[in-house]
Design a protein around this ligand. Structure first.
Ligand code: PEP
Length: 248
């Protein structure tokens, strides 16, 4: 089956609310596309103005995080129902920066994936190896462990609707992209892992992105691979180049 490509920007901790609105205006015509899904995953404080700024366009809004409870005494956190009420459709879960700097482990991330589905959000679940793991030859073992642990209790029907982003940590924000072969090899491996846990139909439907220094120059070749269904884009999502990536 043909999977629709999905190109998502991960703005990380960039863009004040007014800068965010200005960026939406700058990108509006550049990211127009009938053939791919376009998502801006934005800082929490930008969600409301960005939802407003992209109204009537082909862009959907994602969050960069969510908490595992719906409400209560969790100072500083944002719940899934809050995101849904604000107009958010997607949420990044398990980005390597959250795994590393905020010590989010797979058991916690599994709860986040469950919470996202419960609220009707589409998770963009990130996984990826360190350079050390790649050099030791354990890339696929590591990623299979992440995927299996993060998806405990998630049904095949849910997996069909979600997005998995393969992001080698050594390629994020470094300008060092995985080769097309490396990216395809792991995305294919993730699909095989999904087929093992669930079934081939689920593996054929789940969308798997590549992320890690995607830019206007390498997007076309990466996205042409049979198991790469688009990209999760950091740095290049904050400039006009993102339009070129969407229309690769
Ligand atoms: C990311 O943050 O998910 C990412 C892939 O960043 P960059 O494109 O800047 O490497």
């Amino acid at each position: 089956m043909a999977r629709r490509k999905i190109i998502a920007g991960n703005w990380k901790m960039n863009m004040t609310p007014s800068q965010a609105v200005a960026l939406c205006a700058e990108l509006k015509d550049l990211v127009k596309s009938d053939s791919v899904d376009v998502v801006y995953c934005v800082p929490a404080i930008d969600i409301v103005p960005v939802v407003e700024a992209v109204k009537g366009t082909n862009v959907q809004v994602g969050a960069e995080n969510l908490y595992i409870e719906d409400k209560g005494a969790y100072t500083g956190e944002i719940s899934a129902p809050m995101l849904v009420d604000a107009g958010v459709k997607y949420v990044i879960i398990g980005h390597s920066e959250r795994r590393e700097y905020f010590k989010e482990d797979d058991a916690f991330l599994n709860k986040k994936v469950k919470k996202a589905f419960e609220a009707g959000l589409t998770p963009i679940l990130c996984c990826g190896e360190t350079l050390e793991q790649r050099e030791m030859g354990v890339t696929m073992d590591w990623i299979r462990l992440q995927i299996k642990s993060d998806l405990v209790g998630i049904t095949a029907d849910q997996v069909k609707k979600m997005v998995i982003a393969y992001e080698p940590i050594w390629a994020i924000g470094t300008g060092k992209t995985a080769t097309t072969e490396q990216a395809e090899e792991v995305c294919k491996g993730i699909r095989e892992c999904i087929a093992e846990i669930y079934d081939q139909a689920t593996a054929d439907e789940v969308r798997i992105q590549y992320g890690g220094s995607v830019n206007a120059g390498n997007a076309a070749e990466l996205f042409a691979q049979p198991d790469i269904d688009g990209g999760l884009v950091g740095g290049a999502s904050l400039k006009a180049d993102f339009g070129k990536i969407v229309n690769y």
